[in-house]
Design a protein around this ligand. Sequence first.
Ligand SMILES: *[C@@H]1O[C@H](CO)[C@@H](O)[C@H](O)[C@H]1NC(C)=O
Ligand SMILES: *[C@@H]1O[C@H](CO)[C@@H](O)[C@H](O)[C@H]1NC(C)=O
Ligand SMILES: *[C@@H]1O[C@H](CO)[C@@H](O)[C@H](O)[C@H]1NC(C)=O
Length: 271
Amino acid sequence: MNSLSLPVLLLILSVLQQQVSAINFEWGTTGDVNFAYDGDASVYAPHQLKLTMGVADAFFHASSGRIRYVHPISLCSNTQASFNTSFMFRMSAGLANSPAYRGDGIAFFVSPAAPDAALPAPPLPTTKGLFGGLFGNSSVLSPSHMHMKQKGPIIFAVELDSSQESWDPNDNHVGIDIGSVVSSYTESLNLSGIVLNSGRDIAARVEYNGKQDKLHVYASYAGRHSVRVLSYQSLRLCSILMGGPAIVGFSSASRGSVETHDLLSWTWQSS
Ligand SMILES: *[C@@H]1O[C@H](CO)[C@@H](O)[C@H](O)[C@H]1NC(C)=O
Ligand SMILES: *[C@@H]1O[C@H](CO)[C@@H](O)[C@H](O)[C@H]1NC(C)=O
Ligand SMILES: *[C@@H]1O[C@H](CO)[C@@H](O)[C@H](O)[C@H]1NC(C)=O
């Protein structure tokens, strides 16, 4: 009978635990079972996920969709919980690029994975400005600075927002959303020269350093030198998630617009 001593077993378990907490993945091939699509999101071509329905310049009904990495990620299992995620997207409001026809943009989200989590189940709401089911109406009524009064873990998102709601600075900005579609912090993209819904491919990257509580967002048109477009200094992601595992993905909504929201690539690394 060959049995392991308890200390050896504990050592093996802790090594395994550290291995599962470091995650790398890349989205892009069709039929990859590690990813799920909610709402209207559908893979249109290799390396082209349409998060919302339709093509630029054609009117269509309000649409919303999400992509998720299906496996919960233990971001808070050690003190250094950090991630680095890069993605390419394309949003086009086509020729009818006027405020009336803009969609809501794309949001990268980190949601609590618990069954009672805040991430609404499909069918997703297409309500104006609510990012395709990420945040319910109540989040508009309870702005982000109130979020910590809510009970339980809440959704965190980086929004790439191409429409202007009453609480937004303009229709071309990046924002930090903590439990609410009303951002905690925003930066206009106008100085960077990037127009989110220009139809050009935009490369973006979100880096989070959990040791320093810092989050940076970088962006540029594809092939250009990326610039930092937002820094957020005191993000306690693990208190937002209440230490639990997370589901990560992208969400988008178009309302009744002519704007398209396509995800072209996505890689993730976390430790
Ligand atoms: C994140 O990934 C990008 C692209 O691979 C890389 O250029 C960058 O240095 C990484 N950042 C950190 C903090 O590791
Ligand atoms: C949420 O928004 C929808 C659509 O505007 C509306 O029908 C519904 O009554 C709202 N719910 C709440 C709780 O405000
Ligand atoms: C920023 O750019 C957007 C898109 O081009 C434009 O609609 C908006 O008016 C600009 N806002 C400011 C404050 O310059």
